[in-house]
Write a protein that binds this ligand. Structure first.
Ligand code: AMP
Length: 215
């Protein structure tokens, strides 16, 4: 199963990815998580990316495409879910070219739809695991032990780019540069639009129905 998961920042992509990975055993490739690891490791890519990330802008396509192609090449699983990538039409085209050449095209596109006001509320309460990238919310999706990741026991943090002013910039970037990616996929694949204004369990149920119904 090769899946692209689209949606604005804060739409719940990280949360749903964890569930999809647990159930369908596909590899989870989050461009945001990979960039954060590069930053933490102080690599050249991490250093180049940090200014864009902190301001809520997108990292240039050529850096992201090269990084994600390498990540896809490295996985051993037969399937994967792409989270946060592609975020521009150019990235989507480059991805299609690479996957078509390898005979492993995208099979499913899921698009999580959420109102901007709900997103702002969600992101201000969001907490993330700095080790595995798991995402929680202080009210709606609590970890079993407050402030600690359920998966690996690492401390949960609030990401600097979850600050409200940066969230607003990220939403603007999303509407301008990533919404056209939905149209791009509509041109050659079925895009499954999912109302993700509801709770994580309800969204999870819809996603399962879609994925279980695949041939
Ligand atoms: P995320 O955790 O997916 O919201 O990503 C955090 C930040 O990383 C974004 O605000 C961008 O600055 C950068 N980023 C992640 N994925 C991409 C991408 N596909 N293209 C460009 N920048 C990205």
């Amino acid at each position: 199963m090769r899946i692209v998961l689209l949606g604005a920042p804060g739409a719940g992509k990280g949360t749903q990815c964890k569930r999809i990975v647990d159930r369908y055993h596909v590899a989870h490739l989050s461009s945001g998580d990979i960039l954060r690891k590069e930053r933490a490791a102080g690599t050249a890519l991490g250093k180049k990316a940090q200014g864009y990330m902190d301001s809520g802008a997108l990292v240039p396509d050529e850096l992201i495409v090269a990084m994600m192609k390498e990540a896809i090449d490295e996985i051993s699983e037969t399937g994967f879910i792409l989270d946060g990538f592609p975020r521009t039409v150019n990235q989507a085209k480059e991805l299609d070219k690479a996957l078509d050449a390898g005979g492993i095209p995208i099979e499913v596109v899921l698009n999580l739809e959420v109102n901007d006001t709900i997103i702002a509320e969600r992101m201000s309460g969001r907490r993330s695991c700095q080790k595995c990238g798991a995402v929680y919310h202080v009210r709606n999706l609590k970890s079993q032990v407050e402030g600690v990741c359920d998966y690996d026991g690492a401390v949960l943090i609030q990401r600097p780019d979850d600050d409200l002013a940066v969230v607003k910039k990220r939403l603007k970037t999303y509407h301008e540069q990533t919404v056209p990616v939905i149209d791009y996929y509509e041109g050659h694949l079925t895009v499954n639009h999912i109302d993700a204004n509801q709770g994580a369990d309800a969204v999870d149920k819809i996603i399962c129905e879609i994925l279980d119904g695949l041939p």
